[in-house]
Design a protein around this ligand. Structure first.
Ligand SMILES: C[S@@+](CC[C@H](N)C(=O)[O-])C[C@H]1O[C@@H](n2cnc3c(N)ncnc32)[C@H](O)[C@@H]1O
Length: 330
């Protein structure tokens, strides 16, 4: 049975996965007629879904030209046993087995494989964002160009509080690169130019974004070693997608893309291989989609102070309400 989701408010039907028998021999390779994947989390009314599994397999099973936008924060392959500094303490740079350093050829073969499927899955006017560092981003850029995408921007996400460089032999790593590309040179990608300009005190938004790492409140359900800040995904999704668009994150980790997509009224599909991270993503999505009356006040921080400027990190979800004397500033 093909899995179909009907979005009642939006009137949109989405069949995400192809029946196995419909797949081309190339896409079938390596499978022995597996069942249609079932989502681990499914909010039918909002069109939000999380699947546990290997992104390479789930991408190959998904239906062509399904997604309006893809955001991918793939393994950077930087876990090489080195050390870094976190909150004044020496800690390992290792993120997990999924991020173990590999040869350039292995990294590039992996990037070509998942990006080829992303190209197939995007609608003709769709676009993709991929984050990375020097460990993987040049391979990602080369793969994008090899596969026929058109790169639109390379954004430098400048971190407000980067860890110091311990060996003192080169510059402190203070940014990540995020590539934005559309499916083909002729695709008509969506860009909310006016909205971005408005966000930037009525000046054109530039390609260097100075944004903080995730705040404590973003990790209240547990910690993901490479969690992205909600403020970053908020800018990306508002800049390049519209309400009801279908957004895919094939390496969704703790579900940051899904949480922000839900908040902005976009539909969302996330893939994640690790049970622990998918559980985290599920908890975050369940909370995000609760009726506001059931959400909790987080002690010590409030909406008004943050939105009024000079707050925790200049961004705070609308759903947490300021109450009298709820934080140090009130
Ligand atoms: C860089 S993290 C993404 C973090 C995410 N952006 C967030 O905000 O939490 C990459 C994630 O991809 C997952 N992953 C690695 N290889 C995978 C694969 N082949 N299929 C699915 N997920 C994978 C890892 O478990 C990890 O959670």
């Amino acid at each position: 049975m093909p899995e179909t989701t009907f979005h009642p408010e939006l009137g949109l039907a989405v069949q995400l996965f192809e029946p196995f028998s419909n797949l081309s021999p190339e896409l079938r390779a390596g499978f022995s007629d597996p069942a249609t994947p079932t989502p681990r989390f499914h909010d039918q009314s909002r069109g939000l879904r999380l699947y546990q599994g290997d992104a390479l397999e789930l991408l190959r099973r998904a239906k062509s030209e399904t997604f309006d936008l893809i955001f991918a924060d793939p393994p950077y392959f930087l876990s090489n046993g080195g050390m870094t500094c976190q909150n004044g303490q020496m800690v390992s740079v290792n993120k997990g087995d999924w991020d173990k350093a590999a040869t350039f050829e292995e990294i590039h073969a992996f990037n070509l494989q998942w990006l080829r499927q992303c190209h197939r899955l995007l609608k003709p006017d769709g676009a993709i964002w991929i984050s990375g560092t020097s460990h993987n981003i040049f391979s990602v850029g080369f793969a994008l160009q090899t596969l026929g995408f058109k790169i639109l921007n390379d954004i430098a996400w400048q971190k407000t509080n980067p860890p110091p460089h311990l060996a003192c032999r080169y510059f402190t790593h203070a940014h990540e690169t995020i590539l934005w590309a559309r499916k083909t040179p002729r695709s008509k990608h969506f860009f909310d130019y006016a909205g971005m300009k408005r966000d930037n005190a009525d000046k054109q938004m530039q390609s260097v974004w100075k944004l903080p790492a995730p705040a404590k409140w973003e990790k209240r359900f547990g910690r993901h070693p490479t969690q992205k800040p909600e403020i970053l995904l908020d800018r990306i999704l508002r800049a390049s997608s519209q309400p009801a668009d279908l957004v895919l994150d094939p390496f969704c980790g703790s579900g940051t893309t899904g949480v922000v997509a839900a908040r902005l009224g976009r539909r969302f599909v996330g893939f994640e291989i690790e049970d622990e991270f998918l559980t985290l993503a599920q908890k975050r999505l369940e909370e995000e989609t609760m009726p506001p009356a059931q959400t909790q006040q987080i002690p010590g921080i409030c909406n008004e102070n943050v939105l009024g400027g000079g707050g925790v990190n200049g961004y705070f979800p609308w759903r947490f309400h300021c109450r009298p004397a709820c934080c140090a500033v009130c």
